[in-house]
Design a protein. Structure first.
Ligand code: 13P
Ligand code: SF4
Length: 306
């Protein structure tokens, strides 16, 4: 039996479901029951009937699944698969901002540890950050931890005063505008589709800015046949499925997230066989961090308020 077949069999036996982010490798995406962006995976995790969720992504994604479904077992194929940006906030910074602005809302990008989420009022993902911030009653917003997404949201919602932090995603921050321009010279008709975690110089070149799902949907529905993609290279698998006729080009220094690439079929098989690498979130963090995530789901569906 192949590794893929063993995974599918064990998954059925253990009532498990495999969720994967678009940045994991193609073989892992092919093994998954659901593949999506962070927001889609959070929504799913809150409502799936299965006993066990295997989260193919970095640790904050699995943690999010556990926070939203505390009674389920969440298995991580690799416990070292981490997102450096998810740690780039200090409690002192959040406390100082709260002291300075009495009406402050602390908005936390889902790319953050459970501890950081527990300091915040509401979570957002790249696909709903603008909408959620726009609808908050607060004038002053501390947006943590990503400076690039924070600046992008500030530009889209100029009526708010947004405090910009100094965290960043190394993969998107290091992408060079020169390399995107070089692709543009080679493919002048191509549309540039960028993730808002990119630096300002790259975003200035973009025809479209959005989450990984947003980028995929844009290409899927566009009459154009060439696209320069400014996000992690794992999205190529879905892009080629949706648009086998189109050309997709990346910066020459290929943007690759090391944490995401730690997820392998062998890792999935191992956790399904052994039940090892189950995620636990400390009890005192689980409640406040879970609340900020649930508030995101409610606000994104237009039901909740801060
Ligand atoms: P999405 O919100 O588009 O899934 O992006 C997650 C991420 O980690 C981007 O680097
Ligand atoms: Fe984190 Fe960047 Fe990897 Fe996304 S691409 S998981 S933000 S390091």
């Amino acid at each position: 039996m192949s590794t893929q077949e063993m995974i599918q069999q064990l998954k059925r036996e253990k009532d498990a479901v495999i969720l994967a982010h678009y940045y994991v490798g193609p073989e892992v995406q092919a093994a998954a029951d659901y593949v999506g962006d962070s927001f889609y995976l959070s929504k799913l995790a809150a409502g799936l009937p299965n006993k066990t969720l295997v989260f193919c992504g970095v640790s904050f994604m699995g943690e999010g699944g556990k926070l939203l479904s505390p009674d389920k077992t969440v298995l991580m194929p690799d416990l070292e698969a981490d997102c450096p940006m998810a740690h780039m906030v200090s409690k002192e910074m959040v406390e100082a901002a709260r002291r300075e602005y009495s009406d402050l809302a602390v908005v936390c990008y889902v790319n953050s540890t459970a501890e950081i989420k527990s300091w915040a009022d509401v979570c957002v993902t790249s696909s709903n950050a603008v909408k959620i911030v726009e609808n908050l009653p607060n004038e002053h917003i501390l947006f943590i931890p990503d400076k690039n997404l924070a600046r992008y949201v500030a530009e889209q919602v100029p009526q708010k005063h947004i405090l910009i932090p100094d965290g960043y995603c190394p993969v998107h921050e290091q992408m060079k505008a020169e390399e995107i321009k070089a692709q543009k010279r080679l493919h002048p008709e191509a549309k540039v589709l960028a993730h808002p975690e990119c630096n300002r110089q790259v975003l200035e070149l973009a025809d479209y800015i959005g989450s990984t799902s947003g980028i995929i949907d844009y290409a899927a529905n566009s009459p154009k046949n060439e696209f320069i993609i400014a996000t992690e290279a794992g999205v190529l698998y879905e892009l080629q499925k949706k648009r086998p006729d189109a050309g997709f080009y990346f910066a020459d220094t290929l943007p690759v997230c090391e944490g995401m690439k730690r997820i392998t079929l062998e890792g999935i098989l191992h956790v399904l066989r052994t039940g090892e690498h189950a995620l636990h979130v400390e009890e005192e963090l689980a409640k406040p961090a879970g609340e900020t995530l649930k508030r995101m789901l409610a606000l994104a569906s237009g039901k909740g308020q801060l």
